[in-house]
Design a protein around this ligand. Structure first.
Ligand SMILES: [Zn+2]
Length: 403
């Protein structure tokens, strides 16, 4: 009898595994995969100042090729539970639709991965032609320091080598088969800090108002696009998220103004080149700014009246170039769904940004229109179809190869 992805998804949804709680979700996976012949490792990572997080690594087979299926068993909080049509952790099915936190992001997809793998193995006498691993974290929806990034390092230290990874994040905007993600933009946060000279609001010529200067610099940073996009990416974008002076008075020109921003960047940049570009544009705008007050005191050694504070980022841009593996996955999705998925790099970041350092990774999962929302839900038919897709990928990967 084939494995039932809906039943597995229901069991997973009933585990209240809001980050960083495990709540039985990994134990459930460990039991199912263990019964299927996998060697199971439950690994807990910790870091001062953060909650300990449990993760799971499971492998079957000891030869190449080695395909790793990745995902996260943690979920975001449900929000106001009384606003849900069905309680968020009750896993109720109404008219063929499973309601519950994690239904699409991404316990549903994990259930499909497990069902597909168990069916694939059952059809081969319980053993794969190569190796299959599950890399399941409990720290994706949180700050993501005790999850995939450490689990990958842990696996590498054990000598694990992966050939390809299929991550089951929800990727489809409307219908299963819409979109296959082959990369992600990078993300960088920074603050622009402009210094001026404090003074009386009625005597602006005796002060250097940093509000005027920061507006000029922000204007310059927003005026020109960072690039025009690339083969697989939309144009990079800088978005200001906050402008702050924190001035409680009505009659004092402040001494400093700050603005925070986020940049989503494509493969035309590295973090370093992006910082240089932004700093150069700010310097030009600063130099061109014609203030009425010659404020050399506020200027730094460089003669600039601004500085950037860059936050550390572990979200670099990456792309898995189309090739045999991408082709295989794309073809299978088209065969099962009748839709040829767009190869996309849109959206936020995901744990694929860490996996890409170890092997090529693509992402394909459920429809993402209800993820993180009240009444997150998935159609049982989508779970069946996604299981069929994963199953066919496994069959073809191990029977025909995709190296
Ligand atoms: Zn997710």
């Amino acid at each position: 009898m084939p494995a039932d992805p809906l039943a597995i998804a229901c069991d997973l949804v009933r585990c209240r595994s809001v980050t960083p709680q495990e709540s039985g979700a990994l134990a459930l996976l460990a039991r199912m995969l263990g019964d299927g012949g996998f060697t199971i490792h439950r690994v807990t990572f910790s870091q001062p100042g953060t909650a300990d997080v449990e993760n799971l690594f499971a492998r079957i087979g000891d030869t190449m090729p080695h395909l790793v299926l990745a995902g996260h068993a943690d979920v975001v909080p449900p929000g106001d539970e009384t606003r849900w049509r069905h309680a968020p952790f009750a896993a109720e099915v109404e008219d063929g639709v499973l309601f519950g936190r994690g239904a699409v992001d991404m316990k549903g997809a994990i259930a499909c991965q497990v069902a597909a793998v168990l069916d694939h193995l059952a059809a081969r006498g319980g053993a794969p032609k190569g190796s299959i691993s599950f890399l399941i974290t409990g720290d994706e929806e949180g700050i993501a320091v005790n999850g995939t990034v450490k689990l990958l390092k842990w696996a590498a230290a054990r000598g694990e080598k992966f050939d390809h990874c299929l991550l089951g994040e929800p990727t489809n905007p409307n219908h299963l088969g819409d979109m296959l993600k082959i990369g992600r933009r990078g993300s960088l946060n920074g603050s622009l800090v402009v210094s001026g000279m404090q003074g009386h609001v009625a005597y602006p010529a005796l002060a250097d108002n940093p509000v005027r200067r920061i507006v000029a610099i922000m204007g310059a940073l927003m005026a020109e696009p960072l690039d025009n996009g690339s083969a697989h990416f939309d144009p990079s974008n800088l978005e200001f998220t906050s402008v702050d002076v924190g001035n409680p008075t009505v009659n004092v020109i402040p001494a400093e103004a700050r603005a925070r921003f986020n940049i989503r960047f494509n493969d035309r940049h590295t973090q370093a080149s992006l910082k240089s570009l932004i700093e150069a544009r700010a310097a030009a705008a600063d130099a061109a700014y014609g203030g009425s007050f010659d404020n050399t005191a506020a200027a730094g050694a460089t003669g600039q009246h601004f500085r950037f504070d860059w936050e550390p980022s572990n979200a670099d841009v990456f792309v898995t170039r189309p090739g045999p593996f991408v082709d295989l996955v794309r073809r299978v999705i088209a065969e099962v769904t009748g839709r040829t998925p767009e190869l996309s790099t849109s959206g936020g970041t995901s744990d694929a940004r860490f996996i890409k350092d170890y092997c090529p990774v693509v992402e394909f999962g459920l429809v993402n229109d209800t993820m993180h929302k009240i009444d997150e839900r998935v159609a049982a038919t989508d779970l069946e179809a996604l299981t069929a897709i994963y199953r066919r990928i496994l069959d073809r990967y191990f029977d025909q190869g995709a190296a």
